[in-house]
Design a protein around this ligand. Sequence first.
Ligand code: MTE
Ligand code: MO
Length: 428
Amino acid sequence: MTEPTDIDHDLAVTSRRRLLREGGALIGGAVVAAGLAGGEALAAAETDNLPPNVPEWMKAPGDPMGSQLYGTPSPFEKGVIKNIPKNLPQYLSASGRTPLQDLDGIITPNGLFYERHHGGVPTIDPAQHRLMLHGLVDKPLIFTMDDLRRFPSESHIYFLECSGNPVYKKPYGKTASDLVGLLSCAEWTGVSLKLVLQEAGLQPGAKWVIAEGADAAALTRSIPIEKCLDDAMLVYSQNGERLRPQQGYPLRLLLPGFEGNMNIKWLRRLRVAAEPTYSREETSKYTDLMPDGTAREFTFYMEAKSIITRPSGGQKLSAPGFHEISGIAWSGHGTIKRVDVSVDDGKSWQEAQLQDPVLTRALTRFRLPWHWNGESAVIQSRATDETGYVQPTLPELLAVRGDNYFYHNNAIWPWRIAATGEVTNAYA
Ligand SMILES: Nc1nc2c(c(=O)[nH]1)N[C@H]1C(S)=C(S)[C@@H](COP(=O)(O)O)O[C@H]1N2
Ligand SMILES: [Mo]
């Protein structure tokens, strides 16, 4: 117990015991009172920092300015990191997932943006980087980064998702991140690809743009011209700062709503062509085999999908009573129209509230207030996008696509809540 601070002078000095007794009423209900009582479990030294005492961090000035020239999260948040599987070789072909269950809102902080590389992360000097534009154009051009920054710029919030998110058959993994963490959302700034193509002048017969990355994989994909003349962007900034090396510094292609793989990072070349190039990544990979033996190639759009991130796998409900169910929904085809949530293993559904802004081809946050009665339950969410398309269940998806399918799994993922409050993957 120490000196009261200024704010206390008109208050009677309260004892810790009295606060605990009245705390629930003061801050609104049993949930919070239980939280205060939880403080009892703290070590004696730590309770010195609890009300009504003045905590130790108020007794001396904090760290001076300048101790961090680039900010980092609180040391108490050190567990909120990318999810990088330890059992997989992470050398050339690598992936690291966003910890979706630890994030709020719709924007992924740059340090937690998912990564997927096929030839490592190149270190590119922007002064030596060029974008070459050639093929079926009137005037082939080579741009420096400065040239590209002289074009009028634009910023948009879009999600990016790998089409192997998750692999198709058995949704393995414990957490939301394990399941669909190859998904992130950022505000991207760059130049409209249409503007840059117009600068070179498209020739008749220009139907595809072949994009190539400057990494050791020289990752190459064919993009239909319609997309290039619509909302495609050449991006140099992400959430206000320059792209991270992992996201394609200094320049990447951003194709809103299209599968992650087509969003070429470290972009060095655009060749305008009459035909697609049939690269490895669009034939042997990212193509799905249908039950009738035909290959579903050039699928492009990521279909409507959603997942509950809180409560989700690996978390634990502390006690029965009020819990907010919260999650994210997205669709490559446009905006999310509605999200329905079931708390009774799919028997009935309730419409969740969508958090503004609801943006096209961006993550949309949804919420549903819930009273957990303390019994085991299965909870899940189902997204509907502006086209009216409804996210399928896994059995529905398997019935249509069969056993040889591999990518593009947009099924519903139910979470099982045990009577203990523990949350697990209901399919695991
Ligand atoms: N040049 C290049 N571009 C690339 C890749 C790559 O390995 N090299 N990976 C692709 C894949 S499979 C995905 S899912 C996205 C991942 O983008 P991110 O690492 O910024 O999340 O980039 C795509 N663009
Ligand atoms: Mo990917």
